[in-house]
Design a protein around this ligand. Structure first.
Ligand code: PBG
Length: 332
């Protein structure tokens, strides 16, 4: 008997039941894939929700355990720390203050309590720590001085490692930053402290809510002389290649959602783990639409993160990590 519409290939056949769909699923998101950002405030007693990032707070050192416990409870064991110092100066000297630095104090406190069950990354930058809000040393004419910034980056990385950071993540897009930090870390015996490079970081409007959170907006000019033009991909591959040469352990692309093509290319070209940063503006958009009842927050968040994984990200930094952790399977 001949079928009325003979078709050899019927892709729908593989979609007929939930079990079968799960059998042929190509990409899965795991708890281990997600890294949760944590914001540390210099003011004791602080638990300040960031208005444009519902569910995300600035935490005083004496209260940050509440957030750490909630993260661990959700099954997430990877965090990245961002800080705001007691006081800013021209060069961001808080960032290499072994005793008084905000990140150093937070890292020591958290690692003292959670040496085995928590992996702690630290963001290595200057914009939150400088009065001008730029990511390094700035000349009188307002330009960022690359090689002087490298010396300070080295001091900062070493100081974070001394405080117990498991991995450092430089986010300034300074030429030579990975080599300088690697040399500094190794010179002090921190050869097992890894470097996750913000290798391909764009000058993006999606960082707005973050800059409110840590008060890091530039006081003059913008970041286009160090962060990349959103129009460019090949330039990003040059950036990534330099970071590989200089000893990066993980390559990050940031932001994520508007740059899935870049994630895919970096994954294809290099053999290091790739991270994607699902940034503050991406989080804020989902939260705002969901608060209006316009979209289903959880489904949209999961679909977005899945798209980053599908594009090639092995790791995803996301403000959704704590909330989605309990919804995700674990691979270990
Ligand atoms: C720089 C840094 C920024 C972010 C992470 N590290 C801000 C910037 O480059 O302006 C943005 C993260 C986000 O938007 O979620 N220290």
């Amino acid at each position: 008997m001949t079928a009325r519409f003979p078709q050899l290939r019927r892709p729908r056949r593989l979609r007929t039941s939930p079990i079968l769909r799960s059998m042929v699923r190509e990409t899965t998101l795991l708890r281990e894939d997600l890294i949760m950002p944590v914001f540390i405030s210099p003011t004791a007693g602080t638990r300040r929700e960031i208005p444009s990032m519902p569910g995300i707070c600035n935490w005083g050192l004496d209260r940050v355990n509440e957030e750490i416990d909630a993260i661990l409870e959700s099954g997430i064991r990877q965090i990245i720390l961002f800080g705001e110092p007691d006081h800013k100066d021209e060069i961001g000297s808080d960032t290499w203050d072994d005793e008084g630095g905000i990140i150093q104090r937070a890292t020591r406190q958290i690692k003292d309590e959670h040496d085995d069950d928590l992996f702690v990354l630290t963001d290595v930058c200057f914009c939150e720590y400088t009065t001008h809000g730029h990511c390094g040393v700035v000349a009188d004419d307002g330009t960022l001085i690359n090689d002087e910034t490298l010396e300070n980056l080295q001091l900062q990385a070493i100081s974070h490692a001394r405080a117990g950071a498991d991995m450092v993540a430089p986010s300034g897009m300074i030429d030579g930053m990975i080599g300088a930090m690697r040399a500094g870390l190794d010179s002090e015996g921190h050869e097992n402290v890894g470097i996750m490079s913000y290798a391909v970081k764009y000058a993006s409007a999606f960082y707005g809510p973050f800059r409110d959170a840590v008060d890091s907006a530039p006081q003059f000019g913008d970041r286009q002389t160090y962060q990349m033009d959103p129009a460019n991909v090949r330039e990003g591959l040059v950036e990534a290649a330099l970071d590989v040469e200089q000893g990066a352990d993980v390559l990050m692309v940031k932001p994520a959602l508007s740059y899935l093509d870049v994630i895919a290319k970096v994954k294809e070209e290099f053999h290091l783990p790739v991270a994607a940063y699902n940034v503050s503006g991406e989080y804020a958009m989902v939260k705002a639409a969901a608060a209006n009842g316009w979209i289903d927050e959880e489904r949209v968040a999961l679909e977005s993160l899945l798209s980053m994984k599908r594009a090639g990200a092995d790791l995803i930094l996301s403000y959704f990590a704590r909330d989605l952790g309990p919804r995700l399977p674990t691979g270990v």
